[in-house]
Design a protein around this ligand. Structure first.
Ligand SMILES: Nc1ncnc2c1ncn2[C@@H]1O[C@H](COP(=O)(O)OP(=O)(O)O)[C@@H](O)[C@H]1O
Ligand SMILES: [Mg+2]
Length: 379
């Protein structure tokens, strides 16, 4: 859990220092005050990049050569782990874990798993399969330790195989060797995905039933990317001709997909935007549960940009109940100070409130959003 956060030159945040962060933090403020930028900074601490910008440059405060985020993660058992990320306008990234430089983002991610829920989240359902593969692999990465090396190996093999397939002069032995390697890495990474998916499905079913009791059963199906009745190597042999003709590998884990259904129909084609957001919340909550149930339990930090948008009070409250029950850390942004009033479970420790104003972040808590001017929804 993130207990301290220092942000320098991220968008309009020149210098923001937040200490003693608790399980639930609500950031409120006008449009353009810097709320999403705070979430972006936390995201950078986990993945070295923002969730909304494609380039590092756009996140760096105009006129500055770099931006820096420093954080402390309180681990189970009381230890504290320091994380640091600096991004330069050139795109260069400097990452540190416990004061030591690290080369790979995977070292950061492992320290601070973050999940984003925002206005774009419905894309996870309606967008291309690549988004759902990323969603799946994020969880697999945290839970299956064989996954990352297998995934790296697979990426290398498929790149090499596709290059060979595009060559004018075929090199059959070389192609066969890379195909064998590809098949074995692909099987390994798919086995990891399957094991993780099997843990995810029942938890997702429970959470989805809590969030959308009014919907028919929401289901998940995993498609591994080739005919599941045969080994990957056989599937590759069967498509060897068309692979060669078109110069790329047609089947495999690069084509894996998760199908989300409601009462047997595609969720993307059936649900309203608000319901889609709830299904995405259920998917991400389920990931948090799976991480928490590991031998070495991990606490996810949820970055939830403008939670109340598209959700009515009843469903917002259900999402809050679920987040609280999960024991995750939650950063929620909203516009009005009282937007989350009455939403967080009254019996829980109330969220810390922060007012974001022109790039400054000021604690105004502790406040009990369950009390005061909460509006009862009588509908
Ligand atoms: N690279 C940048 N340098 C300086 N300011 C920026 C940069 N990028 C965006 N901004 C400004 O930062 C402000 C904060 O944006 P944002 O965090 O999205 O606000 P909020 O989420 O509170 O609506 C906006 O007013 C925007 O104009
Ligand atoms: Mg915003």
């Amino acid at each position: 859990m993130l207990s301290r956060l220092d942000i320098y030159n991220v968008r309009n945040l020149e210098a923001v220092r937040l200490h003693g962060l608790g399980r639930a933090c609500v950031l409120f403020g006008e449009n353009g005050s810097g709320k999403t930028s705070v979430l972006e900074a936390i995201h950078m601490l986990s993945l070295a990049r923002s969730f909304r910008a494609s380039s590092a440059r756009s996140v760096i405060r105009h006129g500055e050569p770099h931006c820096t985020v420093y954080g402390e993660v309180a681990q189970a058992g009381g230890a504290v782990r320091a994380l640091g990320v600096q991004r330069e306008t050139s795109g260069m990234a400097m990452l540190k874990v416990a004061g030591r430089p690290v080369r790979n983002v995977s070292s950061l991610v492992a320290e601070l798993p973050v999940l984003v829920i925002n206005a774009d989240s419905f894309q996870l359902l309606v967008g291309p399969p690549a988004g759902r593969r990323r969603f799946l692999d994020w969880g697999v990465f945290h839970v299956e330790h064989e996954f990352f090396p297998a995934w790296q190996r697979f990426q290398r093999c498929i790149k090499q195989r596709n290059t060979l397939l595009r060559r004018d002069k075929l090199a059959p032995e070389e192609l066969a060797a890379w195909t064998r390697d590809l098949a074995s890495a692909g099987e390994r990474l798919t086995a990891c995905r399957r094991r993780y998916f099997d843990q995810l499905v029942p938890v997702f079913g429970e959470v989805a039933a809590e969030l959308l009791p009014e919907c028919e059963a929401v289901g998940l199906r995993f498609r591994q990317g080739w005919d599941a009745s045969q080994p990957y190597e056989a599937a590759l042999a069967a498509t060897a001709g068309s692979d060669r003709e078109q110069g790329y590998t047609h089947v495999g884990p690069q084509r894996a997909e998760i199908a989300v259904t409601v009462g047997g129909h595609s969720a993307a084609d059936t649900l309203s935007r608000g319901q889609q957001k709830l299904v995405v919340c259920a998917l991400k909550l389920a990931q948090g549960h799976v991480l928490r149930r590991q031998e070495r339990p991990m606490t996810c930090s949820y970055l939830i940009d403008d939670l109340p948008s598209e959700l009515d009070a009843i469903h917002t409250r259900r999402v809050c109940d679920q987040l609280q029950a999960l024991g995750a850390q939650v950063f929620i942004t909203c516009i009005a100070e009282n937007a989350m009033a009455g939403m967080w479970p009254a019996a829980a420790v109330p969220p810390q409130l922060f007012h974001v104003e022109q790039g400054r972040v000021t604690p105004v808590g502790p406040a009990n959003p369950g009390a005061g001017d909460a509006v009862e929804d009588g509908q």
